[in-house]
Write a protein that binds this ligand. Structure first.
Ligand code: SF4
Length: 235
């Protein structure tokens, strides 16, 4: 589920409803500020801290149910735990360095062009066509060697970016150049000033705190969540 401003006050109620409906998975993720959502930011938007408060309460409620024998997996935590605990990466594109956008993902759009991700395609829909990699019909080689692809790779190399080079989480994380383009109009916006960075820095902190405080059962559950699943890669 993608959180809206109105839903931020009800993490426990939302989780309880998923349990009532018999779902086994829930994905607590923030609103992506693209297209319609970006145009209505004043109405729909909220701060990183507001989302983190919501997420923390939601995750606590999910743990509450798991401790009572109800199987419910939180997908965002699973993605982060997969990065931290597993030797088999689930291939979550937004945290790959270099980015998986434009290599593990190519979006062939009805407008005749190829984009590095669905979000890049959405950007084009609202007028920013700077992330077009090429036309449908161009060879894979041409697309992968396109200037856009080169810029994407350079804009998320954690070994060379000043904010990321010394970050404790650079093994698990990467800037998101498509999101930077959408929010700030350039793929090379300072990583540390992006919402993507601030959110993931805090979420990795939270995951390590949760792991450190975990008893044997909780630790086993978190390791189980870290296993590769299709929903992590497709998120
Ligand atoms: S948390 Fe921020 S600084 Fe650290 S690797 Fe991710 S984007 Fe870079």
């Amino acid at each position: 589920m993608t959180t809206t401003k109105a839903s931020l006050a009800f993490p426990e109620e939302i989780v309880d409803e998923y349990v009532r409906q018999g779902f086994r998975e829930i994905f607590l993720r923030p609103l992506s500020s693209y297209g319609f959502a970006k145009r209505n930011q004043n109405l729909l938007g909220y701060s990183v801290q507001d989302f983190l408060n919501f997420y923390r309460r939601g995750l606590d409620r999910i743990m509450y149910w798991n401790q009572r024998g109800v199987e419910l997996r939180e997908v965002y935590a699973s993605i982060l735990l997969n990065k931290m605990l597993s030797t088999f990466d689930a291939g979550y594109v937004d945290l790959q360095s270099p980015t998986g956008a434009g290599s593990s993902v190519l979006v062939y759009n009805y407008d005749g062009f190829v984009y590095p991700s669905d979000e890049a395609r959405m950007l084009a829909e609202t007028g920013d066509r700077s992330l077009r990699m090429g036309r449908i019909g161009e060879s894979l080689d041409e697309l992968l060697n396109s200037p856009v692809r080169q810029q994407l790779v350079e804009a998320c190399d954690v070994r060379s970016m000043s904010d990321c080079r010394d970050c404790a989480y650079n093994l698990y994380c990467s800037p998101n150049p498509v999101d930077a383009q959408a929010q700030h109009g350039t793929m090379t916006f300072a990583a540390g000033a992006t919402e993507h960075c601030q959110r993931h820095m805090a979420l990795f902190d939270a995951m390590f705190s949760t792991l450190r405080a975990a008893d044997e059962d909780t630790s086993a559950l978190l390791h189980e969540w870290a296993q590769v699943r299709e929903s992590c890669a497709n998120a």
